[in-house]
Design a protein around this ligand. Structure first.
Ligand SMILES: C[S@@+](CC[C@H](N)C(=O)[O-])C[C@H]1O[C@@H](n2cnc3c(N)ncnc32)[C@H](O)[C@@H]1O
Length: 310
């Protein structure tokens, strides 16, 4: 089967995650890994990492993990298990381990400008929270659209550093805060936010929000305020509608595309992130273009959002 990503990570890279993130990655069934796959993947890993992983597992899995971990294995079994684990955690490893490369991928992935034009009333002069802010794609738009207090919450330290660098240019009248945090436990006080939004980060999956994350976003948003999910996954639309969200899709005049900074960057990102879709690399080589339509990539373009009044 064609690999989903050209995975550059090593099993020791799991050391980069903090304990909260490890707990979330290893929570029951979260990333679809079995205890056996996990134990096999760590066969030759450094002892302190194996201990941390064991502690981060749900209590009922710790002893099966330890028993499986001690079984002798062939090199092939270890390599297969490592591949599986690293592929499941590919995006989390990308956010934590190679944040600059993630930034390179998404810097040309522009949101439809109509999204923030539509949301201006919810942003201008308001207290706005961006959860899963990453390197600030939506955070910076909120600043441009006049948010009075802007709070960004992001778990990856590397992405927070990139966002911090960008925010340094914006210390005008607006008040900014950037914190470590996750959907499941937001650092904001009850009803302290007018508009809570999340761009390409909140999903129905409990590891990326889910019911607990939605409850947290409702807790911190004042009554009458809004929760906005920008660029939701299409498979989550029914879930969001069932919870009262309305879906807004912006019209486009011409097809939306990702604009890479150079041909080299386009090829490098295509080989790393779209390894499962050879058409992307073929398109770049054939057309010698740095802008790649979303239809070639096979993703829906960032031109929609869901909103809910609290
Ligand atoms: C696809 S990126 C989007 C980042 C940014 N909002 C943007 O539009 O570029 C997903 C982001 O969600 C963050 N994330 C993953 N799990 C999370 C969680 N449970 N709570 C909060 N953020 C999370 C990741 O660290 C990453 O920055």
């Amino acid at each position: 089967m064609q690999a989903l990503f050209a995975n550059p990570f090593h099993i020791t890279d799991l050391q980069i995650f903090d304990n909260n993130t490890l707990h979330m990655l290893l929570a029951d069934g979260s990333f679809g890994l079995t205890t056996e796959q996990l134990a096999h993947s760590l066969y030759n890993a450094p002892g302190p990492l194996v201990k941390r992983i064991q502690h981060a597992l749900p209590p009922q899995q710790r002893s099966p993990f330890k028993q499986t971990y001690n079984h002798p294995l062939t090199a092939e079994e270890i390599a297969d298990a490592q591949q599986e684990v690293l592929d499941r955690f590919f995006w989390e490893l990308t956010y934590w381990k190679t944040p600059e490369l993630y930034e390179e991928l998404i810097e040309g992935e522009h949101l439809h400008p109509g999204i923030f034009q539509h949301l201006e009333e919810e942003i201008r002069g308001k207290s706005v929270l961006d959860v899963g802010a990453g390197s600030g794609r939506a955070t910076l738009e909120c600043l441009r659209y006049g948010a009075r207090f802007l709070h960004a919450v992001e778990p990856s330290p590397g992405l927070r550093r990139i966002l911090q660098r960008k925010l340094a240019h914006y210390q005008a009248e607006q008040q900014l805060s950037l914190s470590a945090g996750r959907f499941e436990a937001l650092p904001q006080a009850d009803q302290s936010i007018d508009t809570t939004l999340s761009c390409s980060a909140f999903t129905a999956d409990p590891t990326q929000g889910g019911e607990a994350g939605l409850a947290e976003m409702k807790r911190v948003t004042r009554p009458g305020g809004k929760i906005v999910i920008i660029w939701p996954r299409s498979e989550d639309l029914a879930w969001l509608r069932e919870r009262g969200f309305r879906h807004v899709v912006l019209p486009v005049r011409e097809e939306m595309a990702i604009h890479f900074r150079s041909l080299n960057s386009a090829l490098h990102c295509a080989r790393r992130f779209y390894a499962h879709n050879q058409d992307v690399t073929r398109y770049i080589l054939r057309k010698h273009r740095t802008d790649i339509p979303f239809s070639v990539i096979g993703n829906n373009p960032p031109r929609d959002y869901c909103w809910l009044e609290v």
